[in-house]
Design a protein around this ligand. Sequence first.
Ligand SMILES: Cc1cc2nc3c(=O)[nH]c(=O)nc-3n(C[C@H](O)[C@H](O)[C@H](O)COP(=O)(O)OP(=O)(O)OC[C@H]3O[C@@H](n4cnc5c(N)ncnc54)[C@H](O)[C@@H]3O)c2cc1C
Length: 395
Amino acid sequence: MATEAVDILIAGGGPVGAALALALEGSGQRVLLAEARSAATFGTRSAATFDAPAAAAARDARAIALSYASRLLLERLHAWSALPVTPIATIHVSQQGGFGRTLINAADCGVPALGYVANYDDLQRSLLTAPCTAERLFGASVIKFNGSEAVLQTQQGERVLAPRLTVLADGARVADEQAAPAYSKDYGQTALVAWVRTEQAHLGRAWERFTPAGPLALLPHGAGYALVWTSSPQRSAQLAALDTTSFLAELHTAFGDRLGAFIEAGERSAFPLALRYRRAESRPRSLAVGNAAQTLHPVAGQGFNLGLRDAWELARLAQDAPDPGSEAFVAAYRRARALDRRAGIRFTDGLVSLFSNSRALLTLGRGAGLLALDLLPFARRFVARRMIYGARALP
Ligand SMILES: Cc1cc2nc3c(=O)[nH]c(=O)nc-3n(C[C@H](O)[C@H](O)[C@H](O)COP(=O)(O)OP(=O)(O)OC[C@H]3O[C@@H](n4cnc5c(N)ncnc54)[C@H](O)[C@@H]3O)c2cc1C
C-alpha cells in the first residue's frame, strides 16, 4: 500500500481538532483531519428548533459555555455567525449550607457578555462546516500510529500516511493506546446534564452552586437552562432513572426556590468525571491538544476554552514552519502552552477540592471568600478575566 505524505495529521474532529484545521488555513502546511464519526451523524438542526426540549436531546447533550475570548477566536475562524448561542450577562456563585455569595457581571469586566452557551453538537458542526481547504475525512479512524506513520480506517479501506506531525485531538486518546501513562485522578463524581426550564425566565443569569457532593450549574440556554448537576455516581444513577416529575422535584429541592419551580426537562446524560493529563508525549513527531492533552472537571467551564487556545497557539507556531514535527517545534509548542495549561488544571482541580466537602471551618472560609469577592470589585474582575482569557492574560 502506498504511503501518502502529509504535513499535519489531526486525529479527531471534535471541537478542538476542527478548530485547529481552520486555524491552520494559510499556514503553508498540508493538513488532513480524520474524524471517526460519519458526516451523517452530525445532522442539521436549525436555530428555530433550538428552544424545544426535544431538540435539546442532541447526540451529545452537553452544553458548552464559551468564554468571550473564545468568541473572538471563533469569529476569526468564521465559525461564530451561524452558531446558536445564549449570552451570559451575570454569574451567581454560592454554596449550599453556608453564607456568602457573589455576583459577577459582564459590565464589571468590560465585555458585552461573560460567555455564551452553545450545544456541543452545534459547536462541532459549525467548526466542521466552516470553509476550509484542509482535507476533512469523516468515518475515518486513526487505528495505528507510531510517530512517523499512521493508519486510517476509512469507509473505502485503509490509508497509510507519513505525517510530519500527528496532532492527537481524539479526546480520550484511543488513537495512541501505547501512550505513556497519564496522570489520572478519578473525582468520584458524575455530571448529569439536561436541558431544563424554570417558572421564571433566566434573564441571562448563570448559577453556580457548590454543594458538598459537587457543583450544580444552570447556564442560560435558549428559553431554559443547561443543567450540569454533579454528584456521586450512585446519586447520579438514581437521578437519571427518575421519571421527569420526580427529577424536577429533586432538582427544585437541591437548587432552592430562586427560580420558582422546574417545569420541563429534556433527555438526561451522564459523564463520569476525572482529571487526566500527560507531562510528556511518548512518541516523536506528535503532540496533543484539547482533551487529549488535558481532561478537566467541567466546573467553571474551562475545557474547550483551554483546548481552543491550544489549537490557536499551535497554528501560530506552524505558520510557515519548515518542519512542524521536529523536536524543536514540539518543544516550542509545549513551552508556549505550559503556563495556561497548568493554570487551567490547578484552577479547576483546586475549586473541586475546596468546595467538595462540608467541614465547618472550610464552609466558613469559603463563605468569607465569596463575601470578599462580592465586596471587592478588583478581585471579582481578576477571577472573571482569568476565566475569560486564561492564564496568559494575567498581569
Ligand atoms: C458535562 C461536561 C460539561 C462541559 N462543559 C464545558 C463548558 O461549559 N465549557 C468548556 O469550555 N468545556 C466544557 N466541557 C469540556 C469540553 O466538553 C471538552 O473540553 C471538549 O469537548 C474537548 O474537545 P476535544 O475536541 O478535545 O475532544 P472531544 O470533544 O472528546 O472530541 C474528540 C473527537 O475525536 C474523535 N475521535 C476519537 N477517536 C478517534 C480516532 N481514533 N480517530 C479519529 N477520530 C477520533 C471523536 O469522534 C470526537 O469527535 C465540559 C465537559 C463535560 C463532560
